[in-house]
Design a protein around this ligand. Structure first.
Ligand SMILES: Cc1cc2nc3c(=O)[nH]c(=O)nc-3n(C[C@H](O)[C@H](O)[C@H](O)COP(=O)(O)O)c2cc1C
Ligand SMILES: [Fe+2]
Ligand SMILES: [Fe+2]
Length: 407
């Protein structure tokens, strides 16, 4: 765990977490950080918690003492969001101190009670404030459904610091750099990629609510954005606000100038046409991602399709339907509300087909509103004329996706 001074009277405790399935399902290859913040006036508040993840309250003592905070003097636990990656430490803290007040929204209060049996709770609403003394005044601003119903921002008026919890967060471990102005160009690229992974995996379902949260952040005068995951933005907080605005557009059909091929094949017939398409994309100088289902991680699959302006689905018919691993991937994209993508599908069949019907059903059922070029289906191995059709459609996709590129 690292301890850093963010600004006068505000510290961050942060730790990298590796080898977990985030939310019990996302196999995040590059880890994630959990950030907690301590605001010191005459009274002391902790915002979101990472401490005690090892279950040992003494770790908390040690870390707090090293930044000059007596655990016994902590008055307030501010729970911006009740998800246990931020609040799971409350019961550990209870072991070393008994008389603190939890501050959260009404929706979080119900969960803090049902998950941890806590009852000393002060419920806050939009604009409520908490004066900690020595000029430190916190105000509270609910941002519901980012990505839980209970979520709020906490804002410190003196330093104009926005504690945004999951909003403006990213996956990806932090090395030696914790602030936007310290990041190397490679680290900036890394957090662009991990930010997209985080948004697409965790937030995409709630894009409408995130837009409202973006507006709420813009309405506050913000010098520093201090999220629950990832770097702190103190030089240019506007950058992460703009990045999130751009990601919200990726959820609705635009993307980077790249194509994702989402494919699967049992005996290599569809795969022959995938190889052929790769050759075309290379020849045309188009950046592409090739993701074979079910081998690819779900986290990467969702992130790659999300950020791409063009999508190619390559999958055969299996038991009268779409090859199941690809069908499952499409359903996941639908659940994540990744809508409006420009796409093209091809695939092999042996008997009477059926993949195409299920593809349409999935897209309809999930109201994905994807813009599909005419599919190409071929019996058995792709023949010369099938490949010609595939090539024509791929070139059409490359043309049409130009209108969809936002970087
Ligand atoms: C388990 C299994 C189920 C299949 N179900 C169908 C089907 O319902 N309808 C059909 O037209 N072909 C069906 N086929 C035939 C495949 O679609 C055909 O072999 C195709 O060439 C497979 O392409 P691939 O090698 O890219 O997987 C099935 C094949 C397998 C192995
Ligand atoms: Fe969360
Ligand atoms: Fe979180």
């Amino acid at each position: 765990m690292k301890k850093l001074e963010i600004t006068d009277g505000i510290h961050m405790l942060t730790m990298n977490v590796e080898d977990i399935l985030f939310e019990g399902m996302w196999d995040i290859a590059n880890g994630v950080t959990l950030n907690s913040y301590i605001v010191q006036g005459e009274k002391i508040a902790i915002i979101d918690g990472v401490i005690g993840w090892d279950g040992i309250p003494e770790t908390l003592y040690k870390n707090l003492e090293e930044i000059g905070v007596e655990p016994q003097n902590i008055d307030y636990l501010i729970v911006n969001h009740m998800e246990p990656d931020h609040s799971g430490w409350i019961s550990n803290f209870r072991k070393i101190k008994d008389d603190f007040t939890i501050i959260c929204t009404d929706k979080a209060a119900k969960m803090v009670a049902s998950f941890y049996g806590e009852d000393k709770i002060r419920i806050v609403k939009e604009g409520d404030t908490l004066d900690l003394g020595k000029g430190k005044v916190l105000s509270f601003h609910p941002v519901p459904n980012v990505h839980w119903p209970d979520t709020m921002y906490t804002y410190e008026r003196d330093t104009k610091t926005l504690f945004s919890c999951d909003m403006f967060g990213t996956f990806g471990r932090m090395g030696d750099h914790y602030f936007d102005d310290e990041l190397t160009p490679e680290e900036i690229d890394f957090f662009e990629s991990e930010g997209i992974r985080y948004y697409s995996n965790i937030m995409a379902t709630f894009t409408g609510n995130l837009r409202k949260a973006i507006e709420k952040a813009k309405a506050l005068e913000v010098n520093i954005i201090a999220p629950g995951h990832g770097p702190v933005y103190r030089k240019n907080p506007q950058k992460i606000i703009d990045d999130y605005s751009r990601y919200s557009l990726y959820a609705e059909g635009v993307g980077k100038n790249e194509i994702t091929i989402l494919w699967g094949s049992m005996y290599g017939m569809t795969a022959k046409a995938v190889d052929f398409v790769e050759g075309i994309l290379q020849r045309e100088g188009i950046k592409y991602n090739k993701l074979e289902m079910p081998l690819e991680s779900e986290s990467e699959m969702v992130a790659a399709v999300f950020r791409s302006a063009g999508v190619i689905i390559a999958a055969p018919t299996y038991e009268y339907k779409l090859f199941p691993p690809v069908a499952a991937a499409l359903n996941e994209l639908g659940r994540k509300r990744i809508i409006g993508k420009l796409a093209f599908r091809f695939g092999s069949y042996g008997w009477s087909g059926g993949a195409e019907r299920e593809l349409n059903e999935i897209v309809e059922r999930n109201r994905m509103n994807w813009d599909f070029l005419e599919s190409v289906e071929f019996e058995g191995a792709p023949k010369e004329e099938d490949l010609k059709k595939v090539e024509a459609r791929v070139l059409e996709l490359i043309q049409k996706m130009k209108e969809k590129v936002v970087e």
